[in-house]
Design a protein around this ligand. Structure first.
Ligand code: ADP
Ligand code: ADP
Length: 226
């Protein structure tokens, strides 16, 4: 059964059809890469599944619950609890040590700083970040900073991790290392992964690759599961 499903999703911006009726089922521990040319609708697809963009038509279901019609407040509460996000870069707060950056989503949920930091530290070993807990983002390499961002996405133990060009700012070797950790640690956590990437070598680490063109999935038959 699907942890996340998008059914018949459509989205228009004026006369531009950004999403033209796409379906996606994502299972627990499943990983999906969304690829396609610039302007094909990848970001709109990701943002619609993540409850950031509201579809004009269709449904988004999280564990069977329709989330596309929730109020803005309930939707943002649901995102904070169930979804982790990894972006291309620049998502860490520069003035905070790495461990506090990772702890932040827990503190925003009301956990004490002490307990949140203790929980945050547990993610440093699986992500190969031992000893870097006190470093500020400016003292980390690009790959290290992305691994801290992955820890921050996972610390809430989300159902789904959404990653938007997570290796877009990294060189090839570093991309490889980061994507290997992102896919493996997300799977170990029991979360699904939905990712947009331009890099075929990065996408190849996912269970499935969807090719989007003109707001539609062009390799639909290859991935659809009942
Ligand atoms: P990407 O390289 O990820 O495709 P874009 O440059 O296409 O990024 O888009 C960056 C942001 O701008 C996204 O949030 C997208 O929704 C928004 N955007 C894209 N195209 C337009 C547009 N024509 N008008 C307004 N916002 C847009
Ligand atoms: P991609 O991520 O594949 O580059 P997007 O989802 O960003 O594609 O955009 C798909 C289409 O929708 C593009 O034509 C883009 O210009 C348009 N678009 C995206 N976001 C907006 C927006 N906020 N306002 C207007 N047009 C947008």
């Amino acid at each position: 059964s699907a942890v996340l499903a998008g059914l018949g999703l459509t989205k228009k911006y004026g006369t531009t059809v950004a999403l033209d009726g796409v379906d996606l089922w994502v299972g627990t521990r499943d990983s999906v890469a969304i690829m396609g040319p610039s302007g094909s609708g990848k970001s709109t697809f990701l943002h619609t599944l993540a409850g950031i963009v509201r579809p004009d038509g269709g449904e988004v279901l999280l564990q069977g619950q329709a989330i596309h019609k929730l109020s803005e407040n309930r939707l943002s509460a649901l995102r904070r609890k169930h979804f982790g996000f990894v972006f291309q870069s620049g998502q860490l707060l520069p003035e905070l040590p790495a461990e506090e950056n990772v702890a932040l989503p827990l503190m925003l949920e009301g956990m004490s700083r002490r307990e949140a930091v203790a929980r945050a530290r547990r993610w440093f070993t699986p992500l190969g970040l031992n000893g870097l807990e006190q470093r500020r983002p400016g003292q980390l390499s690009g790959g290290q900073a992305q691994r801290v961002a992955i820890a921050r996405a996972l610390v809430i133990e989300p159902d789904v991790v959404f990653a938007d060009e997570p290796t877009g700012a990294l060189d090839q070797g570093t991309s490889e290392e980061v994507i290997r950790l992102l896919t493996s640690v997300t799977r170990e956590q029991g979360a699904a992964l939905v990712m947009v990437t331009h890099d075929a070598a990065v996408a190849a680490h996912c269970d499935r690759i969807l090719h989007v063109r003109d707001g539609r999935i062009s390799n639909h038959a290859q991935y659809t599961v009942a």
